[in-house]
Design a protein around this ligand. Sequence first.
Ligand code: CP
Length: 300
Amino acid sequence: MQVLKNNGLIALQDLTKQDILDLLSHAKQFKDGLRKDTLNGRVIASCFFEASTRTRLSFESAVARLGGKTIGFADSGATSQANKGESFVDTLRMLNCYADGLIMRHPNDGAARLASEIMTIPVVNAGDGANQHPTQTLLDLFSIQDSQGQLDGVNLGLMGDLKYSRTIHSLISASKLFNMRLFLIAPPELRIESENLHELRRHGISYSFHSDASEVIDKLDCLYLTRLQKERFNGELDCNYGINLELLSRAKPNLRILHPLPRLDELPAAIDDTPYAYYFQQAQNGVYVRQALLDIIFGG
Ligand code: CP
């Protein structure tokens, strides 16, 4: 996976299907107890210009488990960029001086690509605006494979904010590689943009639109829910969607519910104790996948 060693990870499209499968298989080794100290003596900058709980902490956990140290910030409000007018590019140049790698989340689409062009150290995109969240997709794919035993041919429901959710955009991009059947479940205001559909058509991926999960619940292997991404649009959207225990009474026994979290009302806590709930395991899988990614980027 030379592309990872040279550049880090900016977008899922930078990886081949085989790259992804190799990475997932390496993540499984970490899940099964593999221990390595690949980052011993290395400093990784963990810089979050936008809020995060899971991505930042699972990355920092992965760095620590690989023997490395992190520097950085969880709140960019305390930086010289926010308070003294320093440019984003100069901030990146400073990080390039202090660290061996950068893990960055930023509210602007394309910020991670820009960083990778300016910096000489590997950059890992931890989410850029509404654009991509590639490591979330890797852990989502790991979770689908772990829960279903395969990726190819899985019936995948994508439900909620399909328009603004970067995890959805990245997962759709990956679904093309694994010939998944997609069920796109969203209120009209939150339907996916047509450019993503063009990509699906070009790759011969079957998909259908639904406004209610009850239309397809009995067909799904995985149901991937997302919250309304209120931070990505101005004004109010009056949309209500979600799942409940009654809906799940018609689900296949192998159905697993995934959610990148955080959740709002779309995923009630009453689901947590059902066999369908997989989202907390999914979050834990994030540590193994990020360990695998960093091990590949910085490994010998
Ligand atoms: N799934 C995810 O990206 O969560 P955070 O925003 O808490 O990192």
